[in-house]
Design a protein around this ligand. Structure first.
Ligand SMILES: [Zn+2]
Length: 262
């Protein structure tokens, strides 16, 4: 069994309605993908995401505000209500992105700090997006005592020092299809080193389709391609990687484990 630890099922062009979403989920199932974490990026989009996913017990949710969506604002009172919804197993995605939006730095930092505080308060792990902001991301996590709840650096593209620092803080490293790209040699070196008990796999669909699906819209079924690629890279079998990344997912997202009856 595989779990797509980070996808945006509510944003797939291939799944505009209920029937097509059902198909996407069964296509994934046909490739051994049994569970999904559907990640919220805009607070204003949470309710419609939740409603779309309501009937799918295999889809867990997060609630939060992405660093590139902070201009839409973060309402902590409302977010506090969202994160207590039964299927919400994590806070995020939150974090810092100085690459695409250096001009909103101060607002990103404020929203990041508030979401770390909320995560600690409600005892749920954090889903972190970080780009060109290594030091600040780690400092906010440390200062906010994020080690109490842990979390994941999703779609990891940073260096080994950053991975190591995050792992030392109790965080997991999630690998996406980016690792399959031709020019991702440095990232592959990092992915060989991540300890088995800290690795997760994801698609980040609809974005970043892995090889051999480049140019298509990404979907959770393709996490199988990421998993097979990474297993080979690490000299492991697919079955072994599938087993330990699944265990890792449920060890991190303990509310998901309860919902799945594990
Ligand atoms: Zn994402």
């Amino acid at each position: 069994m595989l779990i797509d630890s980070h996808c945006h099922l509510d944003r797939l062009k291939a799944a505009p309605d209920h029937q097509s979403l059902k198909q996407i989920i069964s296509d994934a199932k046909a490739r051994d993908v049994d569970y999904f974490l559907c990640v919220n990026v805009r607070q204003q989009g949470f309710i419609s995401m939740r409603d779309k996913m309501a009937e799918f017990d295999q889809v867990f949710l997060s609630a939060g505000v992405h660093p590139l969506d902070v201009q839409e604002g973060l309402d902590t009172t409302e977010l506090n209500v969202f994160v207590k919804e039964p299927k919400v197993v994590a806070i995020g995605e939150t974090g810092l992105d100085y690459f695409y939006a250096n001009e909103t730095k101060a607002l990103q930092q404020q929203c990041f700090e508030q979401q770390i505080e909320l995560a600690v308060q409600v005892n749920k792990p954090l889903i972190i997006h970080t780009r060109d902001a290594r030091e600040d991301t780690l400092n906010f996590l440390r200062n906010g005592h994020a080690d109490k709840v842990g979390g994941v650096l999703h779609c990891f593209t940073e260096n080994w020092e950053m991975a190591k620092a995050a792992i030392d803080l109790g965080f997991y490293i999630s690998v996406s299809g980016i690792a399959t790209f031709k020019n991702a040699g440095d990232l592959r070196t990092v992915m060989r080193k991540v300890p088995k008990d800290r690795l997760l796999v994801e698609t980040d669909s609809p974005y970043l389709a892995p090889v051999p699906h480049r140019g298509k819209e990404n979907q959770p079924a393709f996490v199988r391609d990421v998993a097979e690629f990474i297993a080979e890279l690490r000299g492991e079998s697919y079955e072994e990687l599938a087993q330990y990344t699944t265990d890792n997912f449920f060890n991190l997202f303990t509310d998901a484990a309860k919902l799945a009856g594990r």
